[in-house]
Structure formats: C-alpha cells, structure tokens
Design a protein around this ligand. Structure first.
Ligand code: NAG
Length: 473
C-alpha cells in the first residue's frame, strides 16, 4: 500500500519528528510496513497493521484485531466517478458539549463550555487524564467495522491544531498549545490505520484553527471575537500545521481539509484572507506531500457559487466542501416536513452548476435533525429556538421532547420523515460528489447519530437502498 510505503520512507527520514510525539504509532507503521510494501496499491499484505511497537497498556486492546495478514488493499478513490458516502467522527479530537455532555457535566464547572476552557479551568493532569480516557474510548475499531458494514467509504476526522505536535523546527512562529491539552495525535494515527483496515478513506480536517476560525465551540473556542483570519501569526501557524500533516502522514491520508467553516461572513477581510490561505496552503502542501493527496477547501459559509474559478487549475486534485443544515434559524425551523424535503431538492441546481465548471463538490456536513432541541446544541447552558428557551426567545414551535435524545420517544411519523429526509439529502449530494453525515455518534441525540439511525431503521444498511425513488420529482 502506497500510504504505508511512504510512511516507512518518511519515518526513516524524519525519525526525530516521529519519535517526539507519536513513538508508539510510528513504530507501528514502520514495523507493519517493513517488507510488505512495494509502493504500488496492489501488493501489500500486512500494511498498516500489527501491534509491533505497541507498548502502552492502553493500546494493547487493539492488537487482537490487527493481525498482520488481514489488512486489505485500499485502492485510491476516484472522485470523478465514485460517490463519497461518509460520516464525520464528531466530538472525538475536538470536543463539543452536545456530543459528549457527560465530559462537561462531570467537571462540575458550568464555565467549561468548550475544549479551550476544558484545559483552562481544570488542572492539566485532570484534563489530560479525562481526555486520554475519552480519546481511547469514544471511537474504537468496532465503530469502523460497523461503518464498513453499512457501506460507509469515507470518514472525516475533525482535528484541532493543538493536537498536531509542531516543534520549533517546523515553524518560525509559536508552538505553544496552552491552554489546550495536546496528546491526541497518536489516536489520530490509530484511526487512520483502522480506517484503512476497514476499507474506509480518510479526510483529516482542520476543525480547530489557531485563534478560532468562527468562534463556535466546535472550533475549540467559543468566543464572540475569533481571531484566525485577521491574525497573520494564526494563519501562518495553520499553514505550518498543514505542511506538518502533509509531510508526516500525507501518505496515510486521502484528503487533507485546510479549514473547517471559516467565518467568511464576518467581513471582506475574513473572506479574502481565507482565500489567500487556501491558495498558499495548497501550494505549500503540494510542495511536501509524498503523494498526489487530495486537498479539500470549504465555502466559508459564502455558498459554492462564490468560489467560481477558484483553485480550478494547476493545483492538482481539490474538493469543495459545503455544509447544509436546516435548523439554525427561525425560518428554517418553521418548515414543514415536505418543505424540508423540497428545500433540499432546490439545492441541486446550485451544486451541480458550480461543480460542472469547478471543483468536485461534497456536502461535508448535514444531518437528519430539523430542530435545535439537542441539549447544548447551541452551546453549553444555551437553550433551543425550537421551544423558545434560546437566549433571545422568539416563536414557540413545540416541545423538544420527542425530536431528539433517545429514539424510543420518536413517533412513527417522525421516523418515516427521518428516512425520507436522509434519502433526499443523500440523493441531492450524489448529484455531485457525495456526502458526509454529521455525525457517526452522539451520547444522547439520536436525530444526529448515523449509528442510531441504522439501529432505528431510518438509515438503510445499504446506502443505495431507496424507499423514495425520484424524490425530487
Ligand atoms: C493567535 O494570534 C494571537 C495574536 O497574535 C496570539 O496571541 C496567539 O498566540 C495565536 N495563537 C496561536 C495558536 O498561535
């Protein structure tokens, strides 16, 4: 396998960088790849597997399922012909209070509202201990096996810059992560191996950028004053972070996403600096990546139509990522079931006409939710627009009780709708390059959970199954 062939070569060349932060996992790659790889995608038994070099007790549990002869070959994904059918691994390397409320509740401190304050307002040993437990348990190889069985061919893995172990030799700028707690990097490598073993392609996504790229808790820091795009040192650190990832693990990653949800709507300076960053980072990544790794950019909330002609030639394979939720505003919450479906259909024209002349286009986040009822979806301590418990309550749409949480409380009518809504959104996204659902699992939000949707029957075991053909007429 190409990925691991490269990893071997690069590990030898860049040994110190590897042993620094991810020794266990690096040796795992080195040992596994040795002798098994010729560099093409048709050989390679045993790549990326094996437990050689695993010495920490926490990792021994994975050894049983990583037998050296069991790793399949994963051919490069053809984005021009195949459809991306993916899930996001939300709340793993970038905490979100609504995905894992228990982690926040157990702090006993209501001022801990995001990963930033999680590190800032607890002593570092406690935070590291809890986070390590979380990194080890929130996703395991079983999740990847279930995804594979459900026809999932991609995972998108949100990552915070603080988890990427830059040293002073990787950057002219800052390397500090304070108050974030570093340490997730080896778990990312583990995830990349599991994905490969289960025939799943990987998208590593810079979800938490230096200074915060949007001020949402899901950027790591909930703030009214995000700094990323208007602070050159923050942008250059993001760029150095992308280069580091491309150099160190570029051969294990199918797609590198340069920035999640940059707040292009904050002003022209934001929009133009994000564009410049995409351009500069694409060039920089291309200069160091060991393969023709695909790069992903995002529409920065400006709509794909704002990116006409951008990065369309001379820069290799690039995918546009656009997100689609119908639940974060009053007009969206007012829609009926039928209206949610028809609005989804109405996106086809915009997506296909953009993609026709520009980049492959993936709907990289979307979900089955049609309310903002999930506890802390709008932020820890903040209520929902749906039942008028939001900061600035407006209209009351109904009780939240049977729309989220455990699906035992969902009506048949609602579950029927959830299936239709899943089908229409996948249908629409497959008119372009495909879709990545947000998210595979959540502690108590079944309307957001792909895993719970499979169990509950409103998401089909085979993503090509259709109960509603011709759903957009
Ligand atoms: C982002 O920029 C601010 C202002 O220069 C700086 O204080 C902060 O350390 C930067 N963050 C990172 C992660 O480099």
């Amino acid at each position: 396998m190409r990925c691991c062939f490269w990893a071997t070569a690069s590990l030898l060349a860049l040994g110190p960088a590897w042993t620094r932060a991810a020794g266990q996992q690096c040796r795992l790659q080195v040992n596994a790849a040795t002798g098994a790889d010729s560099g093409d995608s048709s050989s390679g038994t045993g790549t990326g597997s094996g437990s050689g070099g695993h010495t920490s007790a926490s990792e021994t549990s994975t050894a049983t399922s990583t037998g050296a002869s069991s790793t399949p070959t994963l051919a490069a994904f053809d984005y021009a012909k195949e459809k991306v059918r993916g899930v996001n691994l939300g709340g793993w390397f970038v905490l979100e209070p609504w995905i894992t409320p228990s982690l926040f509740e157990e702090t006993g401190n209501e001022d801990i509202v995001d990963e930033y304050t999680y590190g800032q307002l607890q002593d570092q040993d406690t935070a590291l201990e809890k986070l390590t437990q979380h990194w080890e348990t929130w996703y395991t190889e079983d999740d990847f096996a279930e995804m594979e069985a459900a026809g999932i061919n991609h995972v998108r893995i949100p990552l915070g810059y603080w988890s990427v172990p830059l040293t002073s030799s990787d950057t002219q700028g800052y390397t500090h992560t304070d108050p974030y707690v570093p340490g997730a990097w080896p778990y990312l490598l583990k995830a990349l191996n599991w994905a490969k073993m289960h025939n799943i392609h990987t998208i590593v996504d810079l979800h938490g950028a230096p200074g915060s790229q949007n001020g949402y808790d899901n950027s790591g820091q909930r703030t009214g004053n995000p700094q990323f795009a208007v602070t050159p040192t923050n942008v250059s650190r993001a760029l150095d972070t992308m280069v580091f990832i491309a150099k160190e693990i570029g051969g294990m990653v199918d797609v590198l996403e340069l920035l999640n949800e940059g707040a292009g709507f904050r002003g022209d300076d934001w929009a133009s600096n994000i564009r410049q960053y995409f351009q500069d980072a694409t060039t920089a990544v291309r200069n160091v990546a060991p393969t023709d790794m695909t790069i992903m950019i995002g529409d920065a909330f400006l709509g794909v139509q704002s990116w006409d002609g951008f990065l369309t030639s001379g820069v290799g394979k690039v995918i546009m990522d656009t997100h689609d939720y119908q639940l974060f505003s009053e007009p969206e919450l007012e829609r009926s079931f039928d209206e949610h479906v028809s609005v989804a259909c109405s996106n086809i024209e915009t997506l296909t006409s953009y993609a026709h002349d520009n980049l492959w286009t993936v709907v990289g986040e979307w979900s089955n939710a049609i309310t903002d009822c999930t506890l802390w979806l709008n932020g820890r301590g903040i209520g929902a627009r749906w039942d008028a418990t939001y900061v600035t309550p407006t209209s009351y749409h109904g009780s939240c009780s049977s729309y989220t949480g455990n699906s035992d409380g969902f009506s048949d009518e609602y579950k029927t709708f959830l299936r239709r809504y899943w089908e229409v959104q996948t249908y629409v996204a497959e008119q372009v390059t495909g879709w990545i659902y947000w998210t595979w699992k959540a502690e108590n939000a079944d309307d957001w959970s792909y895993q719970r949707g499979l169990a509950g029957g409103w998401i089909p075991q085979d993503p090509t199954d259709r109960l509603y053909p011709n759903i957009c007429g």
